[in-house]
Design a protein around this ligand. Structure first.
Ligand SMILES: *[C@@H]1O[C@H](CO)[C@@H](O)[C@H](O)[C@H]1NC(C)=O
Ligand SMILES: [Zn+2]
Length: 346
């Protein structure tokens, strides 16, 4: 094995992350003053209170992550799995000259406004018409944000345990559309900040749940004849590159967003956890589509064998069977063992 000078980046990142995560779980009081101040700021921030905040946050972060990753992709051909493959072929005598070319289907940022609009339209529609229901928010406040003005006897105490309305997080409720309030513009936020322990555990659990659900969804997209066409736009590229991340049929993209939403809702995540979930989620999503063997790849930071990483996902996109799981490698491992047609691990 050739040791590159930057091969030690991943252990260094791990050396920082492990103490942060452990102390966040074991010593939440360390982080509480900071979290309380931050939550107070966010709670009173006009942009954070908008019902469309998460959609705006997602688009902003996606651009902030994918554009630099595309630049890294263009600047570091030596990290590209496809270039390495073609160099292997080249060494054997055939030509691999096109390998450094820009992969087909790559676009300039200025040409991508339409992509942004198509992404945002259905989500904005939902944001503006459906009541946001978050954990720890009293039902009255949720309904209030949705233009339902119902007063319960328990309003003063914020105790909804005796409320006649169940807290149905998972069932969508339409905004009460009236002339004076045609759209749902605000979201009701929980009063108290989360603890650092809660944030870490909710993040870990929601990623684990999402990873399993998306594995099932992705696997179905590959094997069920009726819905295969929904997945075709995502595999319509030559070499994989970061922009492939968002080359999705609208149904697959909505499925992805709604499964992530569900994974957070089912465990009653705090809104702040949701806010942190987005950058981590997008970072990993762009990374697995980067087609790059990054020295700081998250699969090198996690314990060996936990993360699927960009390599496995590039194999999937290169047409090898398997590797359906987005982030981890647990369920793919089970599936490979079960189907006995594992892709060779090189
Ligand atoms: C995400 O989940 C929340 C909480 O249940 C819900 O209010 C919101 O409408 C969902 N967002 C989307 C885009 O489905
Ligand atoms: Zn696929």
């Amino acid at each position: 094995m050739i040791l590159e000078h930057n091969a030690s980046i991943a252990p260094k990142i791990r050396a920082i992350l492990v103490p942060v995560v452990l102390s966040a779980i074991l010593l939440p009081q360390l982080y509480q003053p900071f979290l309380s101040a931050l939550w107070h700021f966010l709670q009173t921030n006009a942009i954070f209170r908008l019902s469309v905040f998460e959609t705006l946050w997602t688009v902003f972060l996606y651009a902030a992550i994918e554009v630099p990753m595309t630049i890294v992709f263009l600047r570091h051909p030596e990290w590209r799995f496809a270039v390495r493959e073609s160099q292997k072929i080249n060494a054997k005598g055939s030509s691999g000259e096109n390998a450094l070319a820009r992969p087909r289907g790559m676009r300039r940022p200025s040409r991508r406004l339409r992509e942004i609009a198509i992404y945002m339209a259905p989500l904005l529609l939902m944001d503006l018409t459906m009541i946001k229901k978050f954990a720890d928010v009293p039902l009255e406040q949720m309904l209030e944000s949705g233009n339902y003005h119902i007063t319960f006897a328990t309003t003063q105490t914020n105790d909804t345990s005796t409320s006649p309305y169940p807290k149905t997080f998972l069932v969508p409720t339409l905004h009460n559309i009236t002339f004076s309030s045609p759209l749902q513009t605000q979201r009701a936020l929980p009063k108290n900040p989360p603890t650092s322990r809660r944030i870490v555990l909710e993040l870990a659990l929601s990623f684990f749940i999402y990873d399993f659900l998306f594995f099932l969804f992705h696997f179905s997209l590959h094997i069920l004849p009726g819905i295969k066409s929904w997945h075709a736009p995502h595999h319509r590229h030559s070499e994989i590159h970061p922009q492939v991340t968002n080359q999705l049929h609208i149904i697959e993209r909505l499925g992805l967003v709604l499964l992530a939403n569900f994974s957070l809702n089912i465990i009653g995540s705090h809104v702040f956890t949701r806010t942190l979930f987005v950058p981590i989620f997008l970072w990993l999503l762009v990374e697995i589509h980067s087609g790059l063997d990054l020295p700081w790849g998250y699969d090198k930071i996690l314990p060996t064998g936990w993360g699927g990483g960009a390599r496995k996902h590039a194999l999937h996109h290169a047409g090898a069977g398997g590797c359906y799981e987005p982030y981890f490698a647990f369920w793919d491992g089970l599936l490979e063992r079960w189907s006995r047609c594992a892709v060779s691990d090189t």
